[in-house]
Write a protein that binds this ligand. Sequence first.
Ligand SMILES: CC(C)(COP(=O)(O)OP(=O)(O)OC[C@H]1O[C@@H](n2cnc3c(N)ncnc32)[C@H](O)[C@@H]1OP(=O)(O)O)[C@@H](O)C(=O)NCCC(=O)NCCS
Length: 174
Amino acid sequence: MISTGDISIRPMKASDFGLMAKWLSDPKVYEFIHGKPKNLAWVNKKYAPRIAKKEKINSCIIEYQNHPIGYIQYFDIKPYEADYEMENTNDIWAIDLWIGEPNFWDKGIGSKALKLIVDHIFKDKKAKKIIIDPHVDNLRAIHVYEKVGFKKVKILKAHEAYKNTKVDAWLMEK
Ligand SMILES: CC(C)(COP(=O)(O)OP(=O)(O)OC[C@H]1O[C@@H](n2cnc3c(N)ncnc32)[C@H](O)[C@@H]1OP(=O)(O)O)[C@@H](O)C(=O)NCCC(=O)NCCS
């Protein structure tokens, strides 16, 4: 668990899956992520292997004043480097995050949670570089990532599944 003020980031547990499914089936939230709702069976299939440490993706819950409000993941991109159009990577990590409770958007929490995990990855994982990949039309996310010091590098074409297609994303790095 890592914390700053009212914000904590802790490993995800199987008991969080119901809440994850609630967040990912809220149209206000999934508009910015998969473009369509995801149910509990989908959440279980995707995240159970991570909790069982069969996949090296650190899946975590963001808490505000001890209440879970969102999801954040971070991982060494080595096994996934081709997805980012990179090769021979070493010590490059990626982050994805979202706040699943829209009432908590635009209150400074996402910026602080991102900075907290960035500091953790540089210090404790000895990363040389961190990347993040918002959809090109997610202007709030891009603004937040720039606020935390990420810079746009290039557009990754058809990078992420969204609705029934694939959309472009900015590769940003810090
Ligand atoms: C993106 C997200 C993580 C940001 O966290 P947050 O707590 O809402 O962000 P903050 O409150 O720290 O900062 C929001 C900033 O964006 C700005 N902003 C809000 N809407 C905006 C928009 N449409 N375009 C540009 N900037 C916008 C705010 O003014 C604020 O900037 P400021 O501090 O310079 O005034 C969160 O909003 C979220 O989870 N959204 C839905 C899912 C999502 O988009 N996830 C990211 C996937 S890459």
